[in-house]
Design a protein around this ligand. Structure first.
Ligand code: PLP
Length: 381
């Protein structure tokens, strides 16, 4: 972390590396070996990866699922959101060509890694209401066919900007009934909300949002319902042929340690952090009675507050907070040096003027009461 940042409230962007993850990575680094080699070092590297796979699957309560390690959630989404991904039962019918998934439904508030729909020409966008929650009636209207086994539905568990939680158990049930495949980006969910029940057909997770290293993530899928077409990254056939390239065993070791710790403390941390977030919002509204909290009335992640102080540009506020050693982020996506108004807030009905004032405070395992006090004092100044 930047030495100047003494109050870090940007966990949804990336969580500081947990000590358990650091130790696991140092342990993995102590042995040099390619997991595909048959000598002792190779076998040790293989064991690291297979133990990590088991730890994560067990943590997710998904022992019957398969897990493919990737470079992160972005790659995992690109792997699954393709017309070649289809329902496993189609496999029996060899007459059916790949490319049968002709329809993709994505929530308008998805992360940009999912929003464009990759190989699909024109994904259907699922609207959200003013609180940012997907309109289930609209989903039902789309899934009204006798057979929807040409449909992929992609709805994230929780939004990275607002923390708004989606009713993914309901969506999983609807998709199952309709015969559609349900893909859920659980990057912001895992470690903050209880494991969903029922599980989506495909889950996407990322290590660095949980206190693991950046550059490693996973695609977790139910082999009883999902069948993948040709691998996106082809080569040496690693990861059961689903994703070629020598595995990032050090990152994978850190990933598993972070998942285990985050899941182990999920309930206690959710309560603790929700208390901090609520006290922040209370103090914010006392200091700025006109402050707007996005997704206020919806079920939100316990750690996230997305708010706007009308008339105060987020970029200016962020810079001034940064000068005081405080790290927050804005609700706008900043890429290639251009700041664009957030598509998430726009989907919730916010105009550009308001969206450009949106700030995001996101808390985690290292956040203290004194951090919250310092943010409020700095905002007042
Ligand atoms: N999905 C969500 C909800 C995210 O917040 C992020 C992180 O920015 C991603 C996907 C992309 O994750 P990664 O950095 O692992 O590619």
């Amino acid at each position: 972390m930047d030495a100047r940042t003494s109050v870090y409230c940007d966990y949804n962007a990336t969580a500081p590396l947990r000590d358990s993850a650091r130790q696991a990575m140092l342990g993995a680094m102590a042995v040099d070996g390619n997991p595909s080699s048959i000598h002792a070092n190779g076998r040790s590297a293989r064991r690291t990866i297979e133990d990590a796979r088991k730890t994560i699957l067990m943590g997710l309560g998904a022992e019957d699922y398969r897990l493919v390690f990737t470079s992160g959630a972005t790659e995992a989404l690109a792997m699954v959101l393709r017309p070649t991904t289809k329902r496993a039962h189609d496999k029996a019918d060899m007459a059916l060509p790949y490319g049968r998934n002709s329809r993709l439904f994505v929530a308008t508030t998805e992360h940009v890694a999912a929003l464009d729909g990759h190989g699909f020409e024109s994904p259907t966008k699922l609207a959200v209401d003013q609180s940012g929650v997907v309109d289930l009636a609209a989903l039902d209207a789309h899934l009204d066919r006798a057979s929807d086994d040409d449909a992929l539905v992609c709805v994230h568990g929780a939004n990275n900007e607002t923390g708004v939680v989606q009713p993914i158990a309901d969506i999983a049930r609807r998709c199952r009934e309709a015969g559609a495949l349900f893909v859920s980006d659980l990057v912001q969910w895992i470690g903050r909300e209880p494991i969903p029940d029922p599980l989506p057909d495909v889950m996407i997770i990322s290590a660095h949002k949980l206190g693991g290293p950046a550059g490693v993530g996973a695609l977790v899928y139910n082999p009883a319902t999902v069948e993948f077409g040709p691998a996106l990254i082809r080569g040496g056939g690693q990861e059961m042929g689903a994703r070629a390239g020598t595995e990032n065993r050090v990152g994978i070791a850190g990933f598993a340690a972070a998942v285990a710790e985050a899941l182990g403390e999920q309930e206690a941390e959710a309560n603790r952090v929700a208390g901090l977030r609520d006290s922040f919002e209370l103090a914010l509204k006392e200091a700025f009675p006109s402050a707007i909290v996005f997704g206020d009335g919806a079920h939100r992640l316990p750690n996230t507050s997305c708010f706007a102080l009308e008339g105060r540009q987020a970029s200016t506020t962020l810079m001034r907070l940064d000068l005081e050693g405080i790290a927050l982020s804005s609700g706008s996506a900043c890429s290639s040096g251009k700041v664009k108004a957030s598509h998430v807030l726009a989907a919730m009905g916010a105009d550009d003027l308001l969206a450009n004032c949106a700030l995001r405070l996101s808390l985690g395992y290292g956040t203290t009461e004194s951090d919250i006090r310092r943010v409020i004092e700095a905002l007042r100044r």
